[in-house]
Design a protein around this ligand. Structure first.
Ligand code: MN
Length: 352
């Protein structure tokens, strides 16, 4: 049981108490989607939840006590009372205003950030989580298929986004993991281009970056389509990004430094002369949140472990011209990777 394991970790780190804030961490430990603050103290756990979410949380939570609160002042009073004897209090994250209010009420006690305790657990997905993430990946593939069918000259970006959302949710997604990106033509050079009312034209690149939510778990996939016919330059850029994406994925395995994986992709793109146009890191962890540890970046210290779920998403973005990104979500297994998103990515499959 996750909560029990976490409470043991809190004790091993010699905290008298620990405050868990944020919907993903609270969901991970208690199955509540109602937020609030989870307090661990004196060998017990209590979920303080806003009263509007109390009936729902009471139904969802089987493993600890749930208590409603009316407003932040009442929550602070409840916490102050419970933390009276605590000297050494850990927390994962807190809004600055909440931190300040707590700080005032806790006197001499130490209040120390220790989010790594939770990330240590959340970084390594268990079988149950992997099952849900496989489904989240399949739903993203379904969305990408809807994009492929919708993309043609004259269609607007938001119309493509609507088809994607419809297809994923009809098949069981609870929602989109993030605001979709349908970045066409010169806009494809913006890695976070969002969606506009722009009409897609023949011969353009279109970056489609989407994800689904399935039972709170997220997926993340990007494909770049070329409408009609691909130019020599588009073919070249696409091939470089695809090679970087494939070689990085081939090298993923437990025990390897995440920055080495980033380096493999970066070197391929640099050697092809596009190094200045790969303007973000290679990837990130995915789970209850769409961006979480481990990070696959030039500076990151993370080492890949079996059970990690990460993205592999190199890109080349040429201002005023356009961009290409190819991304899959993959599970790091004991020997390599299991792809959770499987949509085709060979050049021929993305020329529409
Ligand atoms: Mn991503």
């Amino acid at each position: 049981m996750r909560l029990k394991r976490f409470m043991e970790a809190v004790r091993e780190e010699s905290f008298d108490a620990y405050l868990v804030y944020g919907s993903a961490d609270i969901y991970y430990l208690t199955s509540s989607t109602g937020g609030g603050i989870l307090l661990i103290a004196d060998g017990e756990s209590t979920l303080y939840t806003p009263r509007l979410n109390y009936p729902m949380a009471e139904e969802q939570v089987k493993i600890c006590e749930v208590q409603p609160y009316k407003g932040e002042r009442e929550l602070m009073e409840l916490l102050q009372k419970r933390l009276r004897d605590a000297r050494n209090i850990g927390y994962n994250t807190l809004p600055l205003s909440t931190y300040r209010k707590l700080r005032e009420r806790l006197g001499e006690a130490e209040l120390r950030e220790a989010s790594e305790l939770l990330w240590r657990m959340r970084r390594v997905k268990d079988e149950e989580e992997l099952k849900l993430m496989r489904r989240a990946g399949e739903l993203a593939d379904i969305g990408m298929e809807a994009a492929r069918e919708a993309l043609k000259p004259g269609v607007r970006e938001h119309e493509v986004a609507a088809e994607i959302a419809h297809a994923m949710m009809r098949e069981g997604a609870e929602g989109l993991a993030f605001q979709p990106i349908i970045a066409s033509g010169p806009r494809s050079a913006y890695p976070h281009g969002g969606v506009t009312d722009r009409r897609i034209r023949w011969g353009e690149l279109v970056v489609v970056d989407i994800g689904a939510i399935y039972r709170e778990y997220k997926s993340d996939i990007t494909r770049t389509f070329i409408i009609g016919e691909a130019s020599e330059r588009q073919r070249e850029i696409y091939s470089v990004v695809l090679e970087a994406h494939l070689k990085a994925m081939e090298a993923m395995k437990p025990g390897i430094e995440a920055r080495r994986i980033d380096g493999i992709a970066r070197e391929i793109i640099s050697n092809a002369g596009y190094g200045d146009y790969f303007i973000h890191s290679l990837g990130h962890g995915v789970g209850l949140e769409v961006h979480e540890p481990p990070r696959l970046s030039e500076e990151g210290e993370d080492i890949l472990e079996a059970g990690n779920v990460v993205t592999d998403e190199p890109g080349i973005y040429i201002p005023g011209y356009g961009g290409v990104r190819i991304e899959d979500t993959v599970h790091i297994t004991s020997s390599g990777v299991e792809r959770l998103t499987k949509f085709e990515k060979e050049l021929d499959a993305v020329i529409l």
